[in-house]
Design a protein around this ligand. Sequence first.
Ligand SMILES: [Zn+2]
Length: 216
Amino acid sequence: MIRVAKSAVVPHSLLVVGNTKYNHQDVQKQLIEDHKSKCYLCERTLVTDYEIEHLRPSAKNNQKLKTSWSNLFLSCGYCNKKKLHHFDNILNPSLHNIEEIILCNLATTKSVSFSSNMSGNFQVAETIALLTRIFNGTGKIRQIKEEQFYEYFLSRMNNFYSSLDKYISAKTPENKAIMIEELEIKQEFLAFKYHILKQRQDLFDEFTPYMVWNKV
Ligand SMILES: [Zn+2]
């Protein structure tokens, strides 16, 4: 999960007097553009399987939250189901640099852990709990979809580790270009890449100018 920059211009359909819908075409189009077609929770690229997620719950009697542009985010069905109404107080990614607040650690290939030096804050703690559930599953053993999610995540991270190793062993312009591409805003799992690079201050400093998603 990383910072997301949402359009300052509110999609027109949400401004129409008497509007009760939050999923008009213009809203979908703007969210896809702002989120670079990625789920704001897991950072996977979505093709057609996307949903409009309410950051704060939109109970039937709260029309304002239901159609408020600042409350709408693009999510995948997998994460939306994990969040439901159990995590209504997570950090707002359009207000906070989540990648700086929450540390992602892929120490083993079996699970990932999330931590923060602000974990005493209830919003931070709830965000960590949700991310833990998304990446590690809800039970002791991952269900099929959770396993598929994790396998996909690991394959993408292995690609990144391999690009990084290549660059460390030969700092050629070609290898650097591959690394820069890995860090583009449209890429998946940027929060993890951010923390992997942070473990090497020289590399982190070198590639910081290319992590434009962190410059909101
Ligand atoms: Zn997701």
